[in-house]
Design a protein. Structure first.
Length: 240
């Protein structure tokens, strides 16, 4: 069992740099523990459980602790490769939940949460016909930013926003901007759907470039939505 210290001293209002450093330190330390655990033959029939505090949200009223939230993704990845070897137990920090920690460790689940002493497990369920649905609405006078907007996935979202949600001002970004393959054809297509389209070159991982991009959005069409479709696929296994 690995107990991950809470991040109560680094709340949502802490400086961005402090949160980034704390999150990176925690997830890198956890990764080293995972790799060391897998490398030990004596642990081949054992399970490593990470105990976190509010690293995930179990309801709409909760918000994950930002310093620990990346651990959820890491342990889920490890569990997907080694289902019997890793698990995540998230606690809310209450006395009732702390009292139930030992019994919760015996549960054969990849991810569980303790809330007020009650044990919660992830399950898929069918959404009922009468379930409340919140429709997505887009103010046509605002700008919708789509990162990776000139790529295959970004272009799909751009068309969807234009045809289904009535978006009329689209800002598409990519590392190559308008020089990306198919960018001009996409711009022409979206303009034919009634959209005003701007394609900008921006590396979304560079803070200064993102700041300049946001500053370039005209005030008469302020930012109204963001779809993040940019990314680099670089698959690897947890042990390597």
């Amino acid at each position: 069992v690995v107990l991950v210290s809470g991040g109560s001293t680094l709340g949502a209002r802490a400086a961005d740099g402090e949160l980034i450093v704390a999150a990176r330190e925690r997830v890198h330390h956890a990764l080293e523990l995972v790799k060391a655990f897998l490398a030990r033959d004596s642990f081949v029939n054992s399970r490593l459980v990470f105990v976190t505090e509010r690293a995930l949200a179990t309801s709409a009223q909760e918000a994950p602790e930002l310093c620990q939230a990346p651990l959820v993704g890491l342990i889920r990845s490890a569990h997907s490769e080694y289902p019997e070897r890793f698990a995540l137990l998230d606690c809310d920090g209450t006395e009732a939940s702390r009292a139930g920690l030992l019994s919760a460790l015996e549960v054969d689940e990849g991810e569980v949460a303790l809330r007020g002493g009650s044990l919660l497990c992830r399950r898929l369920s069918r959404l009922g016909k009468d379930a409340e649905r919140t429709p997505v609405s887009v103010d046509p006078n605002t700008t919708v930013l789509i990162t990776g907007g000139t790529g295959a996935l970004g272009a799909l979202f751009a068309r969807h926003m234009a045809t289904v949600h009535g978006a009329r001002h689209l800002l598409l970004t990519g590392r190559r901007g308008s020089k990306a393959e198919g960018a001009q054809e996409l711009k022409t297509e979206l303009e034919g759907l009634g959209c005003e389209v701007r394609i900008a070159a921006c590396d979304i991982s560079e803070r200064e470039e993102v700041a300049a991009l946001l500053d370039s959005i005209p005030r008469k069409h302020p930012l109204g939505g963001v779809i993040h479709a940019a990314g680099v696929l670089e698959n690897s296994l947890i042990a390597s």
